[in-house]
Design a protein around this ligand. Sequence first.
Ligand SMILES: [Fe+2]
Length: 291
Amino acid sequence: MLQFRFIKASLLASKILTHSSINFCRGVPNCKGFRILRSQMGSFSTSSQSSKFLFRQLFEKDSSTYTYLLADVSHPEKPALLIDPVDKTVERDLSLIQELGLKLIYAMNTHVHADHVTGTGLIKGKVPGVKSVISKASGSKADLLVEQGDKIYFGDLFLEVRSTPGHTLGCITYVTGDGSDQPQPKMAFTGDALLIRGCGRTDFQGGSSEQLYNSVHSQIFTLPKDTLIYPAHDYKGFSVSTVGEETLYNPRLTKDEETFKNIMTNLNLSYPKMMDIAVPANLVCGIQSKA
Ligand SMILES: [Fe+2]
């Protein structure tokens, strides 16, 4: 299990901190092999409504994509991450980050998108030091390739990786951490594995309706009922749901597995118009060719 951590160096010397050492670099390409210290700060409010945790849901209208901005604003450097940034809205996202005084450290994707080009590559070109994150199973290039159980820290907050393949082979869901010092209720960033009252298609990119059914039931529906569901897209104007709501009202995933597979086989969806551009670009996390 990997743990990706960020902490301001000056904090390490502070007398108010106690420390436990962890291995930061195992499996991280180009890592210099240093070990950093884990801080355990004093008590603080832990609600997602608290002053510690900053959260913004952003929207890109052409592909109906949600981008999520998360930050630990109680940390001196206000480390932040973006989940599923879109190339067309990179300027908007970066100027918001600047206005809020945040330090962007990760640009993450839930999967290799077929309907838009990720903003990750553009962001890396504009903000030195930002690391791209995607699943190892995606077959994509990125600075950090994550898998089931990995933890991605931003300040004292973290996201846990859950493997949720089925829409694509490499889909993952990022879930806010366990623990009284993490946002409550929990939040799950489900990509296209689970949409509000829907789910992503399973007819390309290594998709499998059987796998998607099992992923959602074993990795998402087992989360606490009040876990907030934040998908990568919505086409009907919804912005958030909960595990409890989707287990009751999702018109596909409340069915038995055979019925679900029949529904997915008979969707008769057209070929995504951006697919031939988006998928090759996203396999390199949207890094633009210099040729
Ligand atoms: Fe997708």
